[in-house]
Design a protein around this ligand. Structure first.
Ligand SMILES: [Zn+2]
Ligand SMILES: [Zn+2]
Length: 331
């Protein structure tokens, strides 16, 4: 088939849009979708100036998603002195696998001339995921431990690096899977959080005079500008643009339920192209409504305190991360 834009040979066909695109027009279409997301989410505030630039910390794992996001953002803002990008990589202590992807991160950031920060579970927590998987004191999936530690380091270092935004490379498939999982688990509180975590919500709430709806100074707002791009297209982009991206999967990956959802979503998309897009459109609208309702319910009940160990905000005396560290170190 020929490219719908120029007639050259196409490299991809997107069933959800009906478009056939050649290499050049495909790459441009991904850039365009990321840039539109940046614009529509209002990521560059009106008052950003070259004298007072915004710092954006990008979570760079070395996988295709974060590598493509970093590359597109770099080219988008290379000549824009209002935005400074910093890449942040986390080493979980997974030998071989993570060493390889750290190499990919170093190669990319060297090539682009980006500042690159590397933090490790070992130095931060005296923990290596390879050992945690062995001892498994809480009888959980590896990803359950790892996610708690990763979230902690991402937000802590985003703050430390003076980030105005923390950007991650979630793609359309990731987001649609998570949305579907939250639906199927009936987890409305989690759905409301999706709205809290998105920037539209942050801006709206920050301008809101009601202090109970303040997102808080110590939370760096999150953004996922790759969330309109399907996983397959992210992989194709990394390949065509010849980006250094690691393709092997984490050896400890064990999210069985997500795997089932992935398969289900794949079938739905095959039979009904556009399903992922419509799930997300509905989900974002629903999340906004749920957040409103939850915000109203939580008013007056300020049971969010500080962890007595590390100071993170938590509803308990000791936060989840600190209690996990306790049981890991006791094992
Ligand atoms: Zn073309
Ligand atoms: Zn803590």
């Amino acid at each position: 088939m020929d490219c719908d834009k120029c007639g050259r040979e196409s490299v991809m066909h997107a069933a959800y849009s009906g478009l056939h695109l050649c290499e050049e027009h495909f790459l441009a279409s991904v850039d365009k979708r990321v840039r539109r997301r940046v614009r529509e989410d209002g990521l560059v505030p009106d008052d950003a100036t070259p004298e007072d630039p915004q710092t954006w910390v990008v979570g760079l794992s070395g996988g295709k998603d974060s590598v493509v996001l970093t590359d597109v953002l770099h080219r988008t803002f290379e000549k824009d002195p209002r935005i400074e990008l910093v890449a942040l990589t986390i080493h979980e202590g997974i030998e071989g696998y993570r060493d390889e992807s750290v190499d990919a991160c170093v190669e990319l950031t060297d090539e682009l001339g980006l500042r690159h920060e590397l933090v490790t579970y070992e130095e931060e927590f005296d923990v290596r995921m390879d050992d945690v998987v062995e001892s498994d004191p809480e009888n959980m999936a590896a990803c359950a431990y790892c996610g708690v530690f990763r979230r902690d380091l991402l937000s802590r270092y985003a703050e430390e690096l003076g980030a105005d935004k923390l950007l991650t490379g979630h793609n359309l498939d990731d987001e649609a899977e998570t949305a579907l999982m939250n639906f199927l688990e009936g987890d409305v509180a989690q759905i409301a959080k999706h709205f809290d975590a998105s920037l539209g919500a942050f801006d709206e709430r920050a301008s809101d005079d009601d202090p109970t709806r303040e997102t808080g100074d110590h939370f760096v707002p999150r953004a996922k500008p790759l969330r309109d791009v399907p996983e397959k297209e992210v992989a194709l982009y990394a390949h065509l643009a010849d980006l250094p991206a690691q393709i092997t999967e984490c050896p400890h990956a064990s999210e069985a339920y997500r795997g089932e959802i992935q398969e289900l979503l794949y079938q739905l998309e095959e039979n009904h192209p556009g399903t992922r897009h419509s799930i997300m459109a509905g989900y974002e609208e629903l999340a906004a409504l749920a957040a409103e309702e939850f915000g109203a319910r939580e008013e007056g009940s300020t049971d969010l305190g500080e962890c007595e160990r590390c100071g993170s905000s938590t509803t308990r005396d000791v936060c989840r991360k600190c209690s996990l560290l306790d049981s890991i170190h006791a094992a």
